[in-house]
Design a protein around this ligand. Sequence first.
Ligand SMILES: [Zn+2]
Length: 163
Amino acid sequence: MRVLDTAALLHWPVSELAGNICSQSQQAELERVSPQRWMLIQAIDIDWRAPDSVWLAEAKRCAAQSGDLPRLSDVDLDILALALGLNIELVTDDYRLQNTMKSSGKQSTSVDTSGTKQVWTWIRRCTGCRHTTEVPADVARSKKGNVGECDRCGAALVLKKKR
Ligand SMILES: [Zn+2]
Protein backbone atom coordinates (compact mmCIF):
# COMPACT_ATOMS: atom_id res chain seq x y z
CA MET A 1 0.00 0.00 0.00
CA ARG A 2 1.50 3.30 -1.13
CA VAL A 3 0.38 6.83 -1.87
CA LEU A 4 0.32 7.44 -5.63
CA ASP A 5 0.74 10.78 -7.35
CA THR A 6 -1.20 11.70 -10.48
CA ALA A 7 1.62 10.60 -12.81
CA ALA A 8 1.29 7.08 -11.41
CA LEU A 9 -2.49 7.20 -11.92
CA LEU A 10 -1.88 8.21 -15.53
CA HIS A 11 0.96 5.89 -16.46
CA TRP A 12 0.86 2.76 -14.35
CA PRO A 13 -0.97 -0.34 -15.59
CA VAL A 14 -4.47 -0.25 -14.17
CA SER A 15 -3.91 -3.61 -12.48
CA GLU A 16 -1.12 -2.08 -10.36
CA LEU A 17 -3.24 0.74 -8.99
CA ALA A 18 -5.82 -1.13 -6.93
CA GLY A 19 -5.42 -1.07 -3.15
CA ASN A 20 -3.31 2.06 -3.09
CA ILE A 21 -4.11 5.43 -1.56
CA CYS A 22 -4.74 8.70 -3.37
CA SER A 23 -5.98 12.12 -2.39
CA GLN A 24 -9.54 13.13 -3.26
CA SER A 25 -8.12 16.32 -4.74
CA GLN A 26 -6.42 14.25 -7.46
CA GLN A 27 -9.78 13.24 -8.92
CA ALA A 28 -10.45 16.66 -10.43
CA GLU A 29 -6.85 16.91 -11.60
CA LEU A 30 -7.01 13.53 -13.29
CA GLU A 31 -10.37 14.27 -14.89
CA ARG A 32 -8.93 17.51 -16.31
CA VAL A 33 -5.72 15.92 -17.63
CA SER A 34 -7.28 12.75 -19.04
CA PRO A 35 -11.06 12.20 -18.98
CA GLN A 36 -10.66 8.71 -20.51
CA ARG A 37 -8.22 7.65 -17.87
CA TRP A 38 -10.50 9.02 -15.16
CA MET A 39 -13.33 6.82 -16.50
CA LEU A 40 -11.09 3.76 -16.16
CA ILE A 41 -9.78 4.73 -12.74
CA GLN A 42 -13.27 5.19 -11.30
CA ALA A 43 -13.86 1.47 -11.75
CA ILE A 44 -10.79 0.59 -9.67
CA ASP A 45 -10.65 0.07 -5.94
CA ILE A 46 -8.50 3.03 -4.88
CA ASP A 47 -8.66 4.37 -1.35
CA TRP A 48 -9.47 8.08 -1.91
CA ARG A 49 -8.74 10.13 1.15
CA ALA A 50 -8.56 13.71 2.34
CA PRO A 51 -5.69 14.41 4.76
CA ASP A 52 -6.75 15.95 8.05
CA SER A 53 -5.47 19.34 9.16
CA VAL A 54 -2.86 17.89 11.52
CA TRP A 55 -1.28 15.92 8.67
CA LEU A 56 -1.42 18.94 6.37
CA ALA A 57 0.33 21.07 8.98
CA GLU A 58 3.02 18.41 9.31
CA ALA A 59 3.44 18.30 5.50
CA LYS A 60 3.85 22.08 5.43
CA ARG A 61 6.36 21.94 8.26
CA CYS A 62 8.46 19.28 6.49
CA ALA A 63 8.29 21.05 3.13
CA ALA A 64 9.24 24.36 4.76
CA GLN A 65 12.22 22.67 6.39
CA SER A 66 13.55 21.39 3.05
CA GLY A 67 12.53 24.69 1.44
CA ASP A 68 10.32 23.04 -1.20
CA LEU A 69 7.04 24.42 0.16
CA PRO A 70 6.70 27.59 -1.98
CA ARG A 71 6.52 25.49 -5.16
CA LEU A 72 4.08 22.81 -3.98
CA SER A 73 0.47 22.84 -5.16
CA ASP A 74 -2.55 21.99 -2.99
CA VAL A 75 -2.65 18.51 -4.55
CA ASP A 76 1.09 18.06 -3.90
CA LEU A 77 0.57 18.96 -0.24
CA ASP A 78 -2.39 16.59 0.05
CA ILE A 79 -0.46 13.54 -1.16
CA LEU A 80 2.58 14.52 0.88
CA ALA A 81 0.36 14.81 3.98
CA LEU A 82 -1.15 11.37 3.31
CA ALA A 83 2.27 9.72 2.89
CA LEU A 84 3.68 11.39 6.02
CA GLY A 85 0.52 10.94 8.09
CA LEU A 86 0.09 7.27 7.21
CA ASN A 87 3.87 6.76 7.28
CA ILE A 88 3.92 4.91 3.98
CA GLU A 89 5.88 5.28 0.76
CA LEU A 90 5.06 8.01 -1.75
CA VAL A 91 5.23 7.27 -5.47
CA THR A 92 6.03 10.48 -7.33
CA ASP A 93 8.26 11.91 -10.05
CA ASP A 94 8.02 15.40 -8.59
CA TYR A 95 11.57 16.14 -7.43
CA ARG A 96 10.32 18.60 -4.81
CA LEU A 97 8.09 15.98 -3.23
CA GLN A 98 10.92 13.42 -3.44
CA ASN A 99 13.27 15.90 -1.83
CA THR A 100 10.84 16.71 0.99
CA MET A 101 10.30 13.01 1.68
CA LYS A 102 14.04 12.32 1.71
CA SER A 103 14.85 15.28 3.90
CA SER A 104 12.19 14.04 6.36
CA GLY A 105 13.84 10.60 6.38
CA LYS A 106 10.95 8.98 4.50
CA GLN A 107 10.73 6.73 1.47
CA SER A 108 9.62 7.73 -1.98
CA THR A 109 9.90 5.97 -5.31
CA SER A 110 9.61 7.44 -8.76
CA VAL A 111 6.98 6.45 -11.30
CA ASP A 112 9.34 5.78 -14.19
CA THR A 113 12.77 7.27 -13.51
CA SER A 114 15.53 6.39 -11.08
CA GLY A 115 14.72 9.32 -8.82
CA THR A 116 16.83 11.83 -6.97
CA LYS A 117 19.90 10.67 -5.10
CA GLN A 118 20.81 13.89 -3.34
CA VAL A 119 18.90 15.81 -0.75
CA TRP A 120 19.15 19.55 -0.70
CA THR A 121 17.71 22.46 1.19
CA TRP A 122 16.20 25.56 -0.36
CA ILE A 123 16.54 28.95 1.25
CA ARG A 124 15.22 32.38 0.30
CA ARG A 125 17.73 34.97 -0.86
CA CYS A 126 17.06 38.67 -1.25
CA THR A 127 17.69 39.99 -4.77
CA GLY A 128 18.63 43.34 -3.19
CA CYS A 129 20.78 42.99 -0.08
CA ARG A 130 21.49 39.22 -0.57
CA HIS A 131 20.32 38.41 2.96
CA THR A 132 19.19 34.78 3.23
CA THR A 133 16.31 33.38 5.29
CA GLU A 134 14.77 29.96 5.85
CA VAL A 135 11.46 29.14 4.21
CA PRO A 136 8.62 29.70 6.74
CA ALA A 137 5.72 27.23 7.06
CA ASP A 138 3.21 29.96 6.12
CA VAL A 139 5.00 30.96 2.89
CA ALA A 140 2.82 31.84 -0.12
CA ARG A 141 2.81 29.02 -2.69
CA SER A 142 2.99 29.25 -6.47
CA LYS A 143 4.78 27.32 -9.22
CA LYS A 144 7.05 30.21 -10.11
CA GLY A 145 7.91 33.80 -9.27
CA ASN A 146 9.12 35.47 -6.11
CA VAL A 147 8.70 33.87 -2.70
CA GLY A 148 8.21 36.97 -0.59
CA GLU A 149 9.79 40.31 0.14
CA CYS A 150 12.90 41.08 2.17
CA ASP A 151 12.06 42.45 5.60
CA ARG A 152 15.33 44.40 5.57
CA CYS A 153 15.18 46.18 2.22
CA GLY A 154 11.85 45.23 0.63
CA ALA A 155 13.34 43.65 -2.50
CA ALA A 156 12.01 40.35 -3.91
CA LEU A 157 13.11 37.03 -2.40
CA VAL A 158 14.03 34.11 -4.66
CA LEU A 159 14.66 30.42 -3.91
CA LYS A 160 18.26 29.24 -3.93
CA LYS A 161 19.90 25.96 -3.04
CA LYS A 162 21.63 26.21 0.32
CA ARG A 163 25.36 25.59 0.02
ZN1 LIG B 1 17.04 42.65 1.18
